[in-house]
Ligand binder design. Sequence first.
Ligand code: CU
Length: 271
Amino acid sequence: MTCAVVLSGCDESAKRGFLPHGVTDQSGRITTLWNGSWIAALGVGALVWGLIFWCAVAYRRKKDDIGLPEQLRYNVPIEILYTVVPLFMVTALFYYTARDQSVLLDTSQKPDVTINVIGKQWSWDFNYVEAGTYESGAQAELTGKPGVAATLPTLYLPVNKRVEFVLTARDVIHSFWVPQFLIKLDMIPGRVNRLQVVPTEIGDFRGRCAELCGTFHAHMLFQVKVVSQAAYDAHLADLKARGNVGQLDNSLNRSKLEPGQRPLLPSEGTG
Ligand SMILES: [Cu+2]
């Protein structure tokens, strides 16, 4: 029984190409692109390895051979072949990547919830825009002992609601990454990046910075709690009751926003 569970777990994991179990509405699309790229790469790899092996065996030096083998140059059909085939492969990979990227980074839909996530050396601030409340994180203290998770800033998200993350940075380039969302996006000083996801599963997930951002980059951790709308509202009310009213402004950033970027920030109380 245990064996069956382990094997079926492994089977599920293999079906996802060993990606983490995705928990957003885009997980299927990302997994398909990932698996498709691997299948294409392995197909090309098998062909190339096969040709190498075949050449090595079929054209190996024979017992009676003397001197160099016959030298060939300027084989036009072969040269056209190995120019056109890679072009074809790159075009196919480019097409699928561009197609999926344009869907994944589309922010034209109106979100249910907007959260300005701000990266800073070495933690996170979360501005819940519509609710006018915030949480300010402190850097994790990695002591090697359990219990660190309880000290991390926690990003709450309502399940099955479209969430727009407005990503900014206070100092250097960071990257907003929840591994189980299967996507990450840079947070660039002076610029405003946006990303929408619909979390589809209630649960606790890990978040981290995915861009080497200084000495304590490894301590730049957060938690994600995807909860029911009621639990989400209760958490925001709790934050407000603790005195976290308003927003932690981006004017606290070390560098100013570039011209034209400020209007991209949501203003409190709006969508
Ligand atoms: Cu960072």
